[in-house]
Design a protein around this ligand. Sequence first.
Ligand code: DON
Length: 616
Amino acid sequence: MELRPRLRVNGSSAHPLTNFIEQTHRRLAGENAGAVADYIPELKKAKPAHFGVAMATLDGQVYEAGDSAVAFTIQSISKAFVFALALETVGAARIESTIGVEPSGDAFNSIRLRSDNRPFNPMVNAGAIACSGLMQEAEGDKAFEAIRSALSRFAGRELAVDEAAFASERLTGDRNRAIAYLLHSYDIVKGDVDTVLDVYFRQCSVLVTARDLALMAATLANGGVNPLSGERVIRPYTVARALSVMISSGMYDFAGEWIYRVGVPAKSGVGGGIIAALPSQFGLGTFSPLLDEHGNSVRGLKVCEALSEHFELHMLNRTSDVRSCIVADYDFARVSPRGRQSHEQKILDEHATAVRVLELTGTLSFANVDLIARRILSKPLPQVLVLDLRRVLTVSTGAVKMLGGLIESLEPADLMPVISGVDRGSAILDLVTASLGKGSRLRDFALLDEAIEWAEDQIIFRFGGFTHLLDATDLAEQELLIGLAPELIAQVGALAAPRRFHTGERIISAGAPSSSIFFLQSGMVSVKLADGVRLATLVPGMAFGEMALVERHRAADVWADTSVQCAELTLDDFDAFRTRHPEVGERIMRNLAGLLARRLGRANTRIDTLSALRSA
Ligand code: DON
C-alpha cells in the first residue's frame, strides 16, 4: 500500500516525518566535523559530502532523504547481524562459551580480552572475528555465502561485495590479524586464521545503502521479520539478544552516552553507516563517511539524536495503558445473532451470566494478560469464557504463557475456555494451544458469532433444553402465528405448501420479488447478505421471508444450513385468507411488529457493544 508521504504543500512534505527527515538532512548537510576513515586505504576514497538518511516502518514504508541510495561498505554494522546469524547457526550455549556480552569500554579494535580470554562482546573486532570463526567452523567454505545471503535477507535484496575494499583491508589488516591469532592462541578461533579473517574482511566489505540499512534495522525492530519481503529472517529470541549487545556495546566506548541521550539500540561502521532499531516502531539507516574519534559517523549520530529528541523516541520512555487491551466485556445474552426457540431463549435468559465474552485488542503483553486475568477473576466464573482475539495483532511470549496458565487454572473449575477471531493454524492460536497441556478443552472459532452460538448450545444442552433441530415443530409453535386459534392455524397450514430443501441450498435470493412467507418447521437456515455476511440464523418456530408482508423485493439471501422442512404460504393466499379473517391479518402483523422490535432491540445492543468498542 503506497501511502503518499510525498504530497508537498508549499514545497514541504505534507507528511510530518518526511518533512522532519528532509529538514534535518538539510540542516546537517552543512556539518563537516569528523574525518573519513583512512586506516583501510580504500575507505579514503569516500566522498565527505555524501549524506543519506532512510527510515523504514514495520509495514514497509521507507522515508528517504539525500544520498540514501549511494552504496558504501557495511563494515562493523555487519557484526550485529553476523552475531545473530551465529546465534541461530551454532546456538546460544556455544556462542556464550566463546564470546562475552559485556561492554569493554574500549575502542572497536582493542586487543584487550576479558580475564577468561574471551572477547568482551560480539560488537568489538575481537568478538566479531570470533563470530566469523564460529560461522567458518559451522559452514566451512560456505561460511561467507551464508553471511552474505543472511545480510541480503535482512536488506530484502541481494547484496554484493566491494572486492577493492576487501582486498584493501586484507592487505592492511594487521591489527585484526594480531587479534585473530591471539584468539587462536586461546582456542577461541579454531582452524585456519587467515580463512576466518577472509570471512570477516569480506563481511565488512559488503556494499549497502542507507535504505538497505533502514530495512535491516526495521527487520530487527519487527521481531525478525523483514517488513518488505515478509520473510522471517531470525527468531524473536535472537532479535532480543542482538539488540541487547547493540544497546550495551553497539557504539563502543560511546555506548553509555548513546543509550542515555538517544535511547535506541544502534550499531555504527567505519564506512560511515549507522543503524538504529526501535522495537515495534521503525528501523533507521544513515550514511555519512565523516567519523568522530570513536569511529561513529558524526552526521549520522546527530540525525539519530535529533529524531529521538524531537519525537521522544527513547526506548525506556514508554507508557501504555494496559487497560486498553479489553475493549468489551459482556455476557452472551446481549449480542447473539442466533434465533432461539422460546424454551431455549428462556434457558439463556435464566443463565445470562453463564457465558462471558471479553473482546481484546492490540498487542497483548505480559501486563495486559495480568489485567485480563484479574478482570475475569473479579466476578463469579462463567461456564463458558470466550476470549475474542480478532483485533489482537500479536501476543508476546510472556503473555501467551500467562494466558495458558490462566486457562489451565480455570478449567478444573468446570469452565470451558473458548478463543474466537483467530484462524486455524494462525500464529497466535498455535502459540496459545502450544502453551496448554494435552488435556485442555480449549475450543477455537474463526468468528465470535460462531463462538457465542456454540456457547449458547452448551448452556441449552446443560440445562436440558436441547432439541434436535431436525425434530419437526408444529405450526402452532410459529412465533408469527402466536395468539391464533388452533383452527385458524390449521387453515393457514392447509394453505401453505410443504417444502423441503437440502443442506447448502439457497431458498431465497436477494432482489427477487417477495411472493411468499416460509414457516420453518425443522432444520436451520441462515440469512446472509450477497457478500456472505451472516445476519441471522433461524431455527424451527421462526419464519423467514416474512418481510414480504411489507417489502416488494427480498433484502437478503436465505440458505439451508441443514436439511430443512418448512411450509410456504404465498402472499396471494395470505391476502385472500386475511380478507376472510381480518383479525388474523391484524394479529400476524402485530406479531411481525413484535418480532421486528425484538430484532431491533438485539441490533441496538450489538451496535451499543460495537460503539462501546470503537469509543474504548
Ligand atoms: O575491522 C575493522 O576494523 C573494520 N572492518 C570495521 C571496523 C568498524 O566498522 C568500526 N566501527 N565503527
